[in-house]
Design a protein around this ligand. Structure first.
Ligand SMILES: C[S@@+](CC[C@H](N)C(=O)[O-])C[C@H]1O[C@@H](n2cnc3c(N)ncnc32)[C@H](O)[C@@H]1O
Length: 264
């Protein structure tokens, strides 16, 4: 099963429960205060009344930050269940695919695609669409994570899978769109720069690590089933508990990457 498969995305984002859990985990367990929407919106620097496209808007987590600045938000989201989960956003939502935006050219002042391009089958096509609908000179922010293969949680996941004979040799999100995509982005947005923010998740207890793991990373295996989930959750729980017993905490360094450009 591939990372971009509709069925897998449908399960992951049938509603915003898993996404909301991950956002809440970052809010509670980040070593330093972490508010990615505020960081990205500061980089995008929209003026009041500007029209901002939020592609793959999810549950609208960026919208309160944008709306406090007096910005108007046009949100595009492919999954209806996600749109139904939205609260606290005044954005206009469209059910659409970023690879084929049902919008005229040069219609928005700025665009964002945050933590979503790794799900998109044809990333160059999505970038070309974002460039088409953003007026020349408008800013574009494309946010993702740094290399998640280096994450201690991903390493425990692979170790547990190996021990259990589960095939975890599959692509993960940041293999597709992560730290290494500046060249790809510059083919569409020649002015793009990569801006990085570092932080860490620090967990004093295993339960929150396991809830986070269960919200997505546990399914990074070739054939995820209830049984692979149960076995992996049990073994990773043991490994995390061992690390907390030895070191007092479980620490996951993290990097948020934003490719910032002006539309050509
Ligand atoms: C990890 S969530 C990020 C949500 C939001 N941007 C944020 O950062 O909080 C990824 C979102 O992208 C949406 N998505 C995935 N592929 C898409 C596509 N091709 N077109 C539009 N939305 C898509 C998913 O349904 C999901 O809501």
């Amino acid at each position: 099963m591939r990372l971009t498969d509709r069925q897998r995305l449908g399960e992951q984002y049938a509603d915003d429960a898993r996404l909301a859990l991950r956002i809440e985990t970052h809010r509670r367990f980040s070593e330093r205060p972490d508010h990615t929407p505020a960081w990205v919106v500061d980089l995008l620097a929209p003026k009041a009344e500007a029209l901002v496209l939020d592609a793959g808007a999810g549950n609208g987590g960026y919208h309160p930050t944008l709306e406090r600045r007096g910005v108007r938000v046009l949100a595009v989201e492919r999954v209806m269940g996600m749109i139904r989960s939205v609260t606290g956003s005044r954005a206009t939502f469209m059910a659409a695919d970023v690879q084929a935006l049902p919008l005229p050219s040069d219609v928005v002042d700025h665009s964002m695609a945050n933590h979503m391009l790794y799900h998109v089958p044809d990333i160059p096509r999505a970038l070309t669409e974002l460039a088409r609908v953003t007026r020349p000179g408008g800013r574009v922010a494309l946010t993702t994570n740094g290399n998640l293969r280096e994450s201690p949680l991903q390493q425990l996941h692979r170790r547990a899978a190996r021990e259990l004979g589960i095939d975890a040799d599959v692509a993960i999100a940041t293999d597709r769109f992560g730290d290494h995509n500046l060249g790809q982005v510059r083919r569409v947005f020649p002015s793009a720069e990569k801006i990085v923010q570092t932080n860490a998740l620090v967990f004093p207890k295993a339960a929150a690590v396991l809830a986070y793991y269960a919200s997505g990373p546990v399914d990074s295996v070739r054939e995820p089933t209830d049984e692979t989930r149960r076995e992996l959750l049990k073994r990773v729980d043991e490994l995390v508990r061992q690390q907390i017993a030895a070191g007092g905490e479980f620490r996951i360094p993290k990097r948020v990457v934003c490719y910032l450009a002006t539309s050509p």
